[in-house]
Design a protein around this ligand. Structure first.
Ligand SMILES: Cc1cc2nc3c(=O)[nH]c(=O)nc-3n(C[C@H](O)[C@H](O)[C@H](O)COP(=O)(O)O)c2cc1C
Ligand SMILES: Nc1ncnc2c1ncn2[C@@H]1O[C@H](COP(=O)(O)OP(=O)(O)OP(=O)(O)O)[C@@H](O)[C@H]1O
Length: 191
């Protein structure tokens, strides 16, 4: 797997998923497994475009579930070929939807795979309908837990704060005893 700064990767084609992907929980994993299958079927690389810090950590100062090195290790396990890491800072945020779409052009995605609530660009002005004007977009149905509630990074952060570690690990879907999970448990309960 190769890691790139924003605006440096150029590809003739790919399957692309964009997102904060904090925690790489079961919803994210399902999305990336689908994207992996599409990339294999089309014979093109799988690219993930992600943000460091995740936008919600930057704006709302919520707790980080996975550090960048942890996230990259998990993306590699999921069979991602290229990861673009955008430094999410004031300068980056100032770019509007048009410049972000311009950047995507260099990746030439044959398909973009997202969940229905994906947003992008300054003020969250772009969504899957915006992407559909230019690209083939696959929308994954919300992945839910056994009680039918949608899995999200926000929900997992809340479960950690409530001390419901078993449920949080269940929704993360990674090995409870792996070093990154133990390290995060400590970080998430410490205020
Ligand atoms: C160029 C750019 C500017 C953004 N500006 C904002 C912003 O002003 N406010 C905000 O909440 N999120 C902003 N975001 C983050 C997106 O809303 C969104 O969190 C990001 O695209 C990841 O999608 P996800 O949260 O569905 O994973 C921006 C994203 C991009 C690519
Ligand atoms: N449970 C889920 N089912 C299907 N798609 C999902 C699910 N959770 C996230 N996604 C998709 O994964 C991509 C990245 O989303 P994001 O990183 O914002 O996850 P999130 O769990 O919704 O985070 P947060 O709770 O911080 O908003 C988006 O396309 C989003 O729609």
């Amino acid at each position: 797997m190769q890691v790139h700064n924003a605006k440096t990767l150029k590809l003739p084609n790919c399957v692309l998923t964009i997102g904060a992907l904090d925690g790489l929980h079961i919803g994210h994993q399902t999305l990336l497994k689908h994207a992996r299958q599409r990339a294999e079927k089309l014979g093109v690389p799988l690219v993930v475009y992600t943000f460091d810090l995740p936008p919600k950590v930057f704006f709302q100062h919520v707790k980080l579930l996975t550090s960048l090195p942890e996230k990259l290790a998990l993306l590699e396990k999921l069979g991602v070929d290229h990861v673009v890491v955008a430094q999410f800072n004031a300068d980056y945020i100032s770019q509007g939807v048009d410049r972000f779409l311009q950047e995507l052009k260099d990746l030439n995605p044959l398909e973009i795979c997202e969940g229905h609530d994906f947003r992008f660009g300054r003020g969250r002005e772009g969504d899957v309908h915006t992407l559909r004007k230019y690209y083939e977009v696959f929308i994954l149905e919300p992945v839910v837990c056994a009680e039918g509630k949608t899995i999200s990074s926000t929900r997992i952060r809340t479960l950690f704060q409530l001390g419901d570690f078993d449920k949080a690990y269940q929704l993360l879907g990674w090995d409870k005893f792996s070093p990154h999970v133990q390290q995060n448990e400590k970080a998430l309960v410490e205020k």
